[in-house]
Design a protein. Structure first.
Length: 534
C-alpha cells in the first residue's frame, strides 16, 4: 500500500523552522545537520575507497543504490528502494497506462521471454503468447539482451511501429511481426460476470489509480444483469493505493462509517478515514473471498467489511501487512517506499504480523499451510459492530476457513512445484483456437484446435503426463492422481487465458474452484448479516 508524498529537502525545512521558532530552533537544526554531516563523512569515505581500490571496477550508481536498499532492509520487510527504471514501472502500474505493445517480459538464460500480455493490446492482437521468445528487434538479435534493452526498443509513441521476430517453443522458425504501438491500459479489475443468474462476481487483482472507476462500471453492469448478491474476490491481491482501498470500501458502507485509521510518527500521519458518501451497494448480501496472499489494501477492505458486519469473509487468513508506505521520489528518477505508519481496522484491530530479524519467516508465510483452529491471545479479542468476535495479531481471519492457496485449490506439494515451474503455461502452447486469424496465432508447436466450451479429455491428461516426463519432471504418481481435478482445471484455465481471455478463463474456473463453490453455500448467512442490529 502506498501514498505518494513529496519529500521537502532538509535545507528548506530548516529555513521554514528558523523563521517560525527563532534562534533556538535554528541552533537545533544546525546541531542535527552537524551530526548528519559526520555520518555522511564515514559513508563517502567508504564509497571512495570501494570505487578506487576494489579488485574490480564498479558502477558508482549501483553502489549507492545498493547501499540505500541495504539500509532500508534493516528497518522492516516493506520499506524498499526503487532504481529509476523500477520506480518508473511502479508509477506506470499505479497510473494504469503507458505506450507500447502490451507485454511483460523476463530475461532468462540469455533469452527474453514473454510472461504475460494485456488483453486487447497490440501484442495480443498480433497473436503473441506467453512463453514466446523475442528473438530479434528490428535487424538486431536480442540474444543476451537485458529486459531494459528490449523495453527501450519496444516502447514508443502511439501510432509508431516496431519490427520484432518471435520464436515459439517447439519450433526453431522465427515469426516476423510488425506491431503498431498503442496506449496500454493496465486494469486492476480484469474480471466481472454473473456466477449464477442472481450472483455477481468481481475480482480485483490490485488497487491502482483507476480501481474505483473500474469497480463502479463493473457493479453497474452486474446490476443491469440482475445481480441480487455479490462475491468480491480479493484472493492474491497484494494491495496498492490507500485512497483506492477507501473508495472501494465506501461503495459498500453507509456514510460516516469508519474504514481505516492510520497512526505514525510524522506529522499528519494519524488519520481516520470514513465513508464520505452513502455507498451505492449497501443492501445486497455479500461475500469477500481472501487467501494467504491477500495483503495491505485488500486487508483494509476486508477488515472494514468484517468489522461492520457488511460481508461474510470466506477463504484463508490474509497475509497480515498493516504498514503504510509513503512513496518518495528522490534524485535521478529513483524513489523509495518508506514505512511511515500502521493502519487499524474499524474495531481497532492491528493486523500486522510480527517479523523475525531476517524477515525470512515473515516473507515465506504464504508457503506454509494454515491452522484453521489456531489459539488466540485473549488480549487480542475485538468485536464487530454486532458483537461478533474478531482478533488482532496477524492478518484478517475469515468467518469460514476454506484452504485454497492455488486458484482456490489446495493441491499437493508435487502439483504446486509443477505449477511453479510454469508447466501448465508451457503445455498450453500446444493449443490454438479454431478460426484464429491473428498473424502469430498458429504454430507448429500446436497439436490441438479448440473452440469455446471445450473440455480437457483423458487423452490430454495422458499427454500432459508425458509432457512432464519430457520436461524431466519426476512424477509423484500418487500425488498426480490425487490432484487430477486441480490438474484438469489448470490445463483448461491456462489454455483459456491464452485463447479466450481472462474473463472466460475465470468463468470456467469458478465452476470447479473449491473456495468459490464453498462461498456460494454461505449466502444465507451473509444475508443474515444485513439483518443484524448495528
Amino acid at each position: 500500500m502506498s501514498r505518494t508524498r513529496i519529500r521537502i529537502p532538509s535545507a528548506a525545512v530548516g529555513a521554514v523552522l528558523g523563521t517560525v521558532g527563532g534562534v533556538l530552533v535554528a541552533s537545533t537544526v544546525v546541531a542535527t545537520q552537524d551530526r548528519v554531516n559526520a555520518r555522511y563523512g564515514a559513508y563517502t569515505a567508504a564509497l571512495s575507497a570501494i570505487e578506487g581500490d576494489y579488485v574490480e571496477k564498479l558502477d558508482s550508481a549501483q553502489l549507492v543504490y545498493g547501499s540505500i536498499d541495504g539500509m532500508l532492509r534493516t528497518l522492516d520487510p516493506h520499506s524498499s528502494f526503487f532504481a529509476p527504471r523500477d520506480f518508473a514501472q511502479m508509477r506506470e502500474r499505479q497510473s494504469g497506462k503507458y505506450f507500447g505493445i502490451g507485454i511483460s517480459i523476463v530475461s532468462q538464460d540469455g533469452d527474453v521471454t514473454v510472461t504475460s500480455l494485456f488483453e486487447g493490446s497490440p501484442a495480443y492482437r498480433a497473436g503473441i503468447r506467453r512463453g514466446d521468445i523475442i528473438a530479434m528487434v528490428g535487424e538486431d538479435s536480442a540474444k543476451g539482451w537485458s529486459t531494459e534493452e528490449v523495453v527501450k526498443r519496444v516502447k514508443g509513441p502511439k501510432g509508431t511501429t516496431v519490427d520484432i521476430s518471435i520464436r515459439r517453443p517447439g519450433t526453431d522458425k522465427l515469426m516476423p511481426l510488425t506491431i503498431e504501438r498503442d496506449e496500454i491500459t493496465i486494469v486492476s479489475l480484469r474480471t466481472s460476470f454473473m456466477l449464477t443468474p442472481n450472483t455477481g462476481y468481481v475480482r480485483l487483482q490490485d488497487f491502482t489509480e483507476t480501481t474505483d472507476a473500474e469497480l463502479t462500471a463493473a457493479l453497474g453492469k452486474l446490476k443491469g444483469a440482475g445481480m441480487q448478491r455479490l462475491v468480491l474476490d480479493l484472493r492474491d491481491n497484494p494491495g496498492g493505493l490507500l485512497d483506492q482501498a477507501i473508495d472501494v470500501a465506501n461503495k459498500f458502507l453507509h456514510k460516516g462509517q469508519m474504514i481505516v485509521s492510520t497512526h505514525g510518527r510524522i506529522p499528519n500521519s494519524d488519520n481516520e478515514y470514513r465513508a464520505r458518501t452513502e455507498g451505492t451497494v449497501t443492501d445486497l448480501p455479500m461475500i469477500v473471498m481472501v487467501n494467504r496472499q491477500s495483503a495491505s489494501a485488500s486487508e483494509i477492505v476486508t477488515g472494514a467489511m468484517q468489522d461492520h458486519d457488511r460481508a461474510l469473509i470466506v477463504g484463508e487468513t490474509t497475509f497480515g501487512k498493516a504498514l503504510v508506505q509513503s512513496v518518495y521520489p528522490i534524485a535521478n528518477g529513483a524513489g523509495l517506499a518508506l514505512t511511515t505508519g500502521r493502519y487499524f481496522t474499524p474495531s481497532n484491530r492491528m493486523i500486522q504480523r510480527p517479523w523475525d530479524g531476517t524477515f525470512d519467516e515473515y516473507l515465506t508465510y504464504s508457503l506454509r499451510d494454515q491452522d484453521a483452529n489456531k489459539a488466540h491471545d485473549p488480549s487480542q479479542l475485538k468485536y464487530t459492530d454486532a458483537g461478533r468476535k474478531v482478533y488482532s495479531g496477524g492478518g484478517v481471519e475469515p468467518d469460514h476457513f476454506v484452504a485454497g492457496p492455488v486458484e482456490g485449490f489446495n493441491p499437493t506439494r508435487f502439483s504446486r512445484l509443477v505449477m511453479g515451474r510454469g508447466a501448465f503455461i508451457g503445455f498450453a502452447e500446444r493449443f490454438t483456437k479454431e478460426g484464429d486469424s491473428r498473424p502469430a496465432a498458429q504454430s507448429a508447436a500446436a497439436t490441438h484446435k479448440v473452440a469455446p466450451g471445450w473440455q480437457v479429455t483423458d487423452a490430454m491428461i495422458d499427454e500432459f503426463h508425458k509432457y512432464l516426463l519430457d520436461q524431466r519432471v519426476k512424477i509423484d504418481e500418487a500425488a498426480f492422481k490425487q490432484d487430477l481435478p486441480f490438474i484438469r482445471a489448470m490445463i483448461r484455465f491456462e489454455v483459456d487465458v491464452d485463447l479466450f481471455g481472462v474473463e472466460e478463463a475465470r468463468r470456467n474456473l469458478s465452476k470447479v474452484d473449491p473456495q468459490t463453490i464453498s462461498a456460494l453455500g454461505y449466502f444465507d448467512e451473509a444475508k443474515g448479516l444485513l439483518a443484524l442490529k448495528k
